[in-house]
Design a protein. Structure first.
Length: 431
């Protein structure tokens, strides 16, 4: 919950929209927040009752997959070897209480611990991930020819509830990536199917040894025909390959850096001069949200997650920007390496309260203009000049004047990185 114009406000994020709640009475807003927060933590064991990501995947599953993708995808026997029982129980219990709050650290849990947490969570669901009601149909489809089976599997996937389908797609895509590293982890498709066949097809009380081979055939086919069965485009596959390549380069860089394999980044909290500095191991998939949660836990901060933001501070402190909560933190720091020494000097990350929303909110009055005058200078210009800017179709364009129909230049919004501040070398107007 944050305070906007002396009034408390909080937001509820849905997949397609965000709802902001604000009462005229501050006590009522605080009470709403407390009750909704408590309700969000009172969830059952069923898949649809879990805390979910924007992809409709349980946060427990998402966090385990991200951890394995970062630290364990090349580990010998991943998903087959056992972990430490006490750690598995502790981590799963904590994730079930509030998965959003937990940040899994490699110095506390091994990749085998996390892999077994994921398996145990899936195995103990009240209803199997591939649905008890469809079990006989999955088994029957496994007994047909390969071509027919794929068609049957596609139809059965279409019968899954949305959350089950999203979770199966996320998991199978991950297992496909694991199988592609079988030369080092020794977990090819058949070995993975042997582990996950019984886990995904039936819960612990319903496992049928007589159908084990058929269950393995189902999971093996889902992995082998992942792009076809889940409608994954070539662009999506290419994106995933790039992610896996980046993760592999990161793992190799860690091994080359030092025997312990750790990359530590200093994160300042509240203020660089008088605040604290927290050394954090940044994984390739750690988001700004994950980093804030970790900092709050480590420093026992009283601030709530929604009150804070990770800020990228560059150009000797002259420019900064708050990172979106889903932004990958490591990618931000790696980008500095491609900058000139002048631009990259003295860059750092800072966790502090963000008042940007509070400053912008009073300006959000209807009607909002998408056309206006701004002073602008491109990289080649020595001085700032007045131009007319227009925001339209997710594109920002600028014109010499209102009479000109063709823009002098334009940028797609998703390609723009916005910084707050002033680079003194550009000598901007102070008007």
């Amino acid at each position: 919950m944050v305070t906007i114009m002396d009034a408390p406000l909080f937001a509820i994020n849905y997949p397609a929209l965000t709802v902001y709640l604000l009462s005229k009475i501050a006590f009522d807003t605080a009470d709403w927040f407390l009750r909704i927060r408590q309700a969000s933590l009172r969830h059952g064991a069923a898949l649809e009752e879990q805390q979910l990501t924007h992809e409709d995947v349980p946060v427990i599953v998402d966090k385990c997959i991200k951890f394995i993708s970062t630290y364990g995808i090349s580990t010998k026997g991943i998903y087959r070897e056992s972990g430490t029982s006490s750690k598995i129980t502790k981590l799963l219990d904590n994730l079930r209480k509030d998965a959003w709050k937990i940040h899994i650290q490699p110095d506390e849990y091994s990749e085998h611990d996390v892999a077994n947490v994921l398996k145990r969570f899936l195995r103990t669901l009240p209803n199997a991930l591939l649905m008890r009601s469809l079990y006989s149909q999955w088994i029957a489809a496994a007994g047909t020819s390969k071509v027919e089976a794929v068609g049957h599997y596609g139809r059965l996937l279409g019968h899954l509830p949305n959350i089950n389908y999203a979770t199966v797609k996320k998991l199978i895509g991950h297992l496909r990536s694991v199988s592609e590293h079988d030369s080092v982890n020794l977990m090819d498709v058949s070995n993975i199917a042997a582990v996950f066949g019984p886990t995904l097809m039936a819960n612990e009380s319903e496992m049928n040894l007589a159908n084990t081979a058929a269950e393995m055939d189902v999971i093996s086919s889902l992995i082998s025909h992942y792009p076809i069965l889940f409608g994954v485009s070539a662009d999506e596959l290419e994106k995933e390959e790039k992610i896996q390549k980046a993760l592999q380069e990161l793992r190799e860089a860690r091994r080359a850096q030092k025997p312990a394999g750790d990359i530590l980044v200093g994160i300042y909290v509240h203020n660089r001069e008088w605040g604290k500095c927290l050394n954090v191991k940044l994984s390739a998939l750690m988001t700004a949200f994950d980093l804030i949660v970790y900092a709050i836990q480590q420093l026992r901060m009283r601030d709530r997650v929604e009150q804070l933001a990770v800020h990228e501070v560059v150009c000797n402190g002259e420019l900064e920007r708050p990172l979106h909560h889903s932004e990958i933190v490591l990618a931000v720091t790696l980008r500095w390496a491609s900058w000139s020494d002048t631009d990259a000097r003295d860059s750092y990350l800072l966790i502090k309260r963000c008042n940007l929303y509070a400053r912008v909110l009073p300006l959000m009055r209807q009607p909002l203009s998408t056309f206006g005058e701004l002073r602008f200078a491109d990289i080649k210009s020595k001085s700032f000049k007045k131009y007319l800017f227009e925001f339209k179709n997710a594109c920002l364009a600028y014109y010499k004047d209102a009479k000109i129909s063709q823009p002098l230049g334009s940028w797609n919004i998703e390609d723009i990185t916005w910084y707050i501040g002033c680079d003194c070398r550009r000598q901007p107007s102070t008007e």
